[in-house]
Ligand binder design. Structure first.
Ligand code: GAL
Length: 679
């Protein structure tokens, strides 16, 4: 049976391309001009009505869909699909005035006011039912409408208010805890409440972790992070249920992001298509790799299904201190990068740059200066390039043989206060292990361990501090079953409630790796440790060292070579069952991490996608029965090259390419490789 997502791809026939379009900000005379420019730029999908609530529900009983009828009619006539917003992310002023209890509250008890956007408590039943009613009316009105291509539910859930601490949220938190723990004894046990006299005797005593004199209970904070992410999902479901009932054939999406607050892996199953907003900082030297990591996380949220880049900035944003434009080529390359990582769409915020409001200096397809601009020419060039990829690309899937382990509960728990070192950050450690694969043309997935691990040849666990029993068992089984598992320091330290099992660290892996840690020895900022490999190489490590010892059958690849951990095993490998377990007890520098990643990759038999390439070239593969697409992206400011495994045809230029293939700075090739003909 064709899924609603597949129906969308079939309808579009090529990569989704377009932007948020806010016709309500413009006089109707301009709408036809805008639609003409959309066609000129190759736009096939626009997000409309994202913030339309106040323009649709003028008062509790006064509705006006006239403007939306009009613009949807014009879009349909121009064959531009609508990713139709339910418009519920910013309640109108009349609503907040009438229902002040729906306004969210911060941890220190401050009620947030209307006047910006997203001023609602995600647990508020009043807000939820009002939003569901707006969604219901919108869905009933546009069910079967030719412009309706997909639903864009709400907008960036939790982007501004990821957690609410009001009394409504407190009651919802207690209900959530009741479901999770059933009785208070179990909750007391899970939260270790004998510590600091925190034992609860009545559910009403249980509160969100509001501002307290000192560290709030970490297990309570962790559960509140879980609850808050779930509350946003529940808020989404209130609208989603209505939409699914009225328009079951239309796919549902909402634009997520990769932040600490919202568990993207929990969102995946809720959506028909995962959508992601990517706003990497052009000033950051790691911006392209950071984008790649986020893309991989989002793709893996729905097990590798095609996803949508729903927002990015065509050039500058307006919300950093200093907002640099993207340099020429970067917008197109960044869009192609999303497609390389499995996206079936490269959309942006926004189509026409606003004249007023908080985002008037945010870039757009059509800037204030109009369509005779570099920006609009870039946009048009990208539209053409994406359409040249054709429909074949839509059915291909990104493939990877290596997985990096990542979970939100671990991220939440790791970054709570009162840890051995606040310098150990989940995303930084993920990036540390992502980098060597990225630079060596080896694509990866980023997944929680509760997945089918058997499809991977190598799995890296980068400081995944919290692992449930089931998660660590799955990882250990993976290794003994024949996989290569590489565990980096401070992984598998606590259980699902942030409690430390008795015995040496890391409880989840000591039996597997044969390495036992008695004590952590984190390194202060600016200090380093030397790590000496048995083949004579010495590399530098930062952040962390530990007092380790190893079982006799563990092969010690490197030892700490100075400081208080001098002589202790730092990098180890052990044969376990049919596979291998590696342990890295510190944060190696780039060269050291690359060396170990390379050795583990060789041990796992993972080959890069190209034979060799200049630094800064990223490679990805999308595959289907008919096509084997090799994406090569040169993120460097200098010309580069890559040596192809087989000849093929570049879909962007139609040229046949083979062997050592040059790439201009900031350029991409999408090579449809020839089948089974080794050069
Ligand atoms: C996103 C948001 C958009 C727009 C954009 C600006 O977070 O979903 O509505 O505000 O940022 O960069």
């Amino acid at each position: 049976m064709t899924s609603s997502a597949e129906r969308l791809w079939q309808r579009l026939g090529s990569i989704a391309y377009g932007a948020d379009y806010n016709p309500e900000q413009w006089p109707r005379e301009r709408w036809d001009t805008d639609i003409r420019l959309m066609r000129q730029a190759g736009v096939n999908l626009v997000s409309v009505n994202i913030f339309g609530w106040a323009s649709i529900q003028l008062a509790p009983d006064e509705w006006d869909f006239g403007w939306l009828d009009d613009i949807l009619g014009r879009l349909a006539a121009a064959d531009v699909g609508a990713c139709l917003g339910t418009g519920t992310a910013s309640p109108p002023p009349w609503f907040s005035r009438r229902h002040p209890e729906t306004l969210p509250m911060t941890a220190d008890g401050i009620r947030l006011s209307p006047g910006g956007r997203q001023h609602y408590c995600p647990s508020s039943p009043v807000y939820r039912s009002a939003a569901a009613e707006v969604a219901r009316r919108t869905a009933e009105r546009y069910a079967g409408h030719p412009a309706l291509a997909a639903w864009h539910v709400n907008n960036e859930y939790g982007g501004h208010v990821p957690q609410c601490f009001c009394d409504t949220s407190a009651a919802d938190f207690r209900r959530w805890l009741h479901q999770r723990y059933a009785d208070l004894d179990t909750l007391n046990d899970a939260w270790s409440t004998t510590f600091w006299s925190q034992r609860y005797t009545d559910w009403e005593e249980v509160l969100p972790p509001r501002l307290a004199p000192t560290f709030a209970n970490p297990s309570q904070q962790l559960d509140f992070a879980r609850f808050s992410s779930d509350a946003l999902i529940a808020c989404y479901r209130a609208e989603a249920e209505v939409l699914r009932r009225i328009t079951p054939e239309v796919p549902l999406t909402t634009n997520n992001y990769t932040k600490w607050t919202l568990d993207s892996f929990a969102w995946g199953p809720e959506l028909d298509i995962v959508a992601f907003d990517s706003y990497t900082d052009p000033r950051s030297p790691r911006t392209t790799m950071e984008a790649a990591i986020a893309f991989d996380i989002q793709r893996c949220a729905r097990n590798g299904e095609p996803w949508l880049l729903l927002e990015q900035a065509p050039s500058a944003v307006n919300w950093r201190d200093v907002n640099l434009p993207k340099s020429p080529g970067r917008y197109e390359l960044g869009s192609m990068q999303a497609v390389a990582h499995g996206a079936n769409g490269a959309m942006s915020f926004q189509f026409r740059q606003s004249a007023g409001g908080a985002e008037k200096f945010h870039s757009a397809f059509v800037p204030h200066a109009g369509a005779d601009t570099r920006q609009f020419r870039d946009v048009t060039r990208l539209g053409r390039a994406l359409s040249r990829l054709g429909s074949g690309v839509l059915a291909t899937r990104h493939t990877a043989e290596v997985a990096l382990c990542f979970t939100w509960p671990s991220w939440w728990a790791l970054e709570l206060p009162a840890r051995p070192s606040s310098l150990v950050r989940a995303r930084t450690e993920l990036a540390r292990w992502y980098e060597p694969f990225w630079y060596s043309a080896v694509p990866v997935d980023v997944i929680p361990p509760a997945r089918d691990l058997s499809r991977y040849k190598l799995i890296v666990v980068p400081s995944t501090y919290l692992l449930s029993e089931a998660e660590s068992a799955a990882l250990c089984d993976y290794a003994t079953g024949g996989g290569v598992l590489l565990v980096a320091f401070f992984s598998g330290i606590v259980d699902a409630h942030d409690r430390v099992p008795q015995g040496p660290y890391p409880a989840s892996f000591t039996d597997l790796t044969g390495v036992r840690t008695e004590e952590f020895c984190p390194l202060a900022e600016g200090t380093t440790a030397q790590v000496h490999f048995s083949d004579g190489v010495t590399v530098t490590a930062t952040l962390w060292s530990e007092f380790t010892s190893a079982e006799p059958d563990v092969q010690i690849l490197a030892r700490f070579a100075d400081g208080s951990t001098d002589g202790r095993p730092a990098v180890t490998r052990r044969e376990v069952g049919r596979g291998q377990a590696w342990y890295v007890a510190t944060a190696l520098d780039e060269a050291g991490t690359a060396m170990i990643a390379r050795q583990a990759r060789d041990a796992a038999g993972v080959l890069p996608l190209v034979r060799e390439q200049t630094r800064g070239i990223e490679a990805a593969r999308r595959h289907s029965g008919d096509h084997d697409l090799l994406f090569l992206l040169n993120h460097a400011a200098a010309p580069g090259h890559a040596t192809l495994p087989r000849p093929g045809r570049d879909l962007l230029t139609g040229r046949r390419v083979s062997g050592r293939t040059p790439l201009e700075p900031y350029s991409a090739l999408v090579i449809d490789l020839e089948h089974h003909q080794p050069e």
